[in-house]
Design a protein around this ligand. Structure first.
Ligand code: MSP
Length: 557
């Protein structure tokens, strides 16, 4: 625990890298680990860094929205958050993509990295650091890390022979490849897992002693539920039961020039995955946080890159004496017609086309409502429109427009609410009260466990409860009959529920929630998670002057 409290900043006179390494090594040797994240603990969440060989698609945005919702949730519960994302710009795949585009690789990367930055901004992703592997701060970090591995005897020069899949930038064992017949009658060997072509390589390069790390990796796995969902944890465990062979971590410069040279041997270029994984450490080293943020709290990743994060990454860290990540959150893929969305398959859905149709709020809501980390999801525009219309325009939209409309709320105020407001509404009031008392804690636990879809379901159950309550109370009748106390109680209870709903949805649909809370006149300082629970108040608050329509219905179903 001492380690977690250690402050480190860039302004100290001991070289920063040395101190960073020292602190982390010391804490690791002591066996200090902390796998929980409670109040006021630094929360360091990451997305994978995106390959710049292709433009952003919905699959990339999904990873980023999960990480963003986590980051926003942790800010709301009071944790200082570091949230990194960025682009993975080296390697054969990028070198070839730049060549095909007839561009110099650096300029090619600048362009596509810029597209990712814009797409993430348009999706309201609140990252604190955008890292590019072509930055000099990153190259320095990769060099220092290589030197540590080398000093510790984990790197040796040898001959590597085997199959390599450039599209996956991965080495593939012979029994993980299949021979397929192409339409021109020729045979092509592909990776069985990704169905992408492999090539035979036989060359001199540097190897990493992965085979020595099996037991340490096993202890990391045993230290807690470090990989979620469980099936992915079990998968990594089963990989550790198979033979772990040493990993090639460099390529001859003649084959791969677009990358970081091996320190002291510029005839070799560092393997792109070692380079890419170290982005997380570059971010930590350059963090402005007052606290030590290592190890990362969670790496959000798709299931296709589990081996790199569940085996190679912790192995590199353990070998160098650093603490491995506290957890990996692995999600499934978005499919179109049962096939993974990818540039190679040619079935990508662009985030901007979705934003144009349903706004960033609609896209984020759909991804988080439909995305179940443990399984793949089918992407359907029709379904996206149906869901955002029914939940955001109708469900929550109706709730807000009903209680903020001038007809039933001529003074345009949010009334104070108390237990007696609920009691005076009879059993519909007490049913809603118990739902309202239960929901925030359940949502808290679901969000904390990255079960965003379950949290959203709970919020929507509350919305349905409140709409049902409003319908049963028939406030328009109460107004006609002059039953003002009951009318006021109905309005107060409904508005309090809408306030709680708006507060709970902030991690998922931040700008929509902001509009909702603005409309209800909720001050900025009253929007943290502490305010997600029911609050008794006697004061009346003026409603915001903006219109009550939070999300106009999308016409094209
Ligand atoms: N550059 C590597 C990651 C290096 S991290 C040290 C990479 N990049 S990627 O651009 O191909 O993928 C980035 C993320 O997007 C991965 O988590 C991947 O799983 C995710 N997705 C890519 N296509 C996807 C879907 N069709 N559906 C959901 N997510 C998928 O891998």
């Amino acid at each position: 625990m001492e380690f977690l409290r250690t402050r480190f900043s860039l302004s100290h006179n001991i070289p920063f890298r040395a101190r960073f390494c020292e602190q982390i090594k010391r804490s690791y040797q002591k066996g200090s680990r902390c796998f929980s994240s409670g109040q006021s603990e630094p929360f360091f969440v990451t997305t994978p860094i995106f390959y710049v060989n292709a433009e952003p698609h919905i699959g990339h945005i999904y990873t980023a929205v999960i990480a963003d919702s986590s980051a926003r949730f942790h800010r709301l519960i009071g944790n200082p958050v570091t949230f990194s994302t960025g682009t993975d710009e080296h390697g054969l795949k990028i070198q070839q993509a730049a060549m095909c585009a007839n561009k110099e690789p650096g300029r090619f990367c600048d362009h596509v990295s810029g597209l990712f930055k814009t797409a993430l901004k348009n999706c309201e992703i609140s990252y604190t650091d955008y890292i590019r592997t072509t930055e000099s701060r990153h190259k320095e970090n990769v060099h220092s890390f290589w030197e540590i591995l080398s000093e510790k005897g984990y790197i040796y020069k040898g001959k590597y022979e085997g199959w390599y899949c450039t599209a996956d930038e991965a080495f593939v064992a012979e029994d993980q490849t299949t021979l397929v017949k192409l339409s021109n009658g020729q045979e092509q060997r592909v990776s069985t897992e990704s169905n992408r072509p492999v090539e035979w390589f036989s060359e001199e390069n540097y190897l990493f002693k992965l085979s020595k790390l099996r037991e340490e990796l096993r202890s990391w796995l045993k230290s807690g539920p470090v990989i979620q969902p469980l099936r992915h944890y079990n998968l990594v465990k089963s990989w550790l039961d198979q033979e772990l062979i040493d990993l090639s971590v460099s390529r001859p410069n003649t084959r791969l020039s677009w990358g970081i040279p091996v320190p002291g041997d510029s005839s070799q270029t560092i393997y792109v995955w070692l380079d890419a994984l170290l982005n997380y450490m570059t971010v930590a080293k350059h963090s402005q946080s007052e606290m030590n943020i290592w190890p990362p709290s969670v790496h959000v990743i798709g299931k296709d890159i589990l081996k790199f994060h569940g085996i190679y990454w912790p192995a590199f860290l353990l070998a160098a004496g650093f603490e491995p990540p506290k957890s990996l959150l692995v999600h499934g893929h978005w499919l179109v017609d049962e096939q993974k969305m990818s540039k190679t398959t040619g079935n990508v859905v662009s985030p901007q086309s979705c934003i144009n149709l349903v706004t960033a709020t609609g896209l984020r809501y759909f991804l988080m409502h439909e995305g179940v980390p443990a399984s793949d999801g089918n992407f359907s525009i029709k379904r996206m429109v149906r869901i955002v219309n029914s939940d955001l325009a109708d469900g929550i939209g109706n709730l807000v427009s009903r209680c903020c409309g001038k007809n039933l709320n001529p003074l345009q105020t949010r009334l104070g609410v108390s237990r007696s407001s609920f009691e005076s509404c009879g059993s519909p009031g007490s049913d809603l009260l118990s739902l309202l008392e239960r929901t925030p804690d359940i949502v808290h636990d679901e969000y904390k466990q990255w079960n965003f879809y379950k949290g959203i379901d709970q919020v929507m159950a509350l919305v349905r409860g409140a709409n049902g309550f409003f319908q049963t109370m028939e406030p328009w009748k109460l107004k006609k009959e002059g039953q003002l106390d009951k009318l006021n109680a109905t309005m107060a209870v409904t508005m309090e529920t809408a306030r709680v709903v708006g507060t709970l949805l902030q991690p998922i649909v931040p700008s929509y929630s902001e509009r909702l809370l603005d409309k209800l006149g909720v001050p900025q300082e009253n929007r943290s998670w502490d305010f997600a629970r029911l609050r008794w108040t006697t004061t009346e608050t003026a409603l915001g002057s903006q219109q009550a329509v939070l999300f106009p219905r999308i016409k094209s179903e």
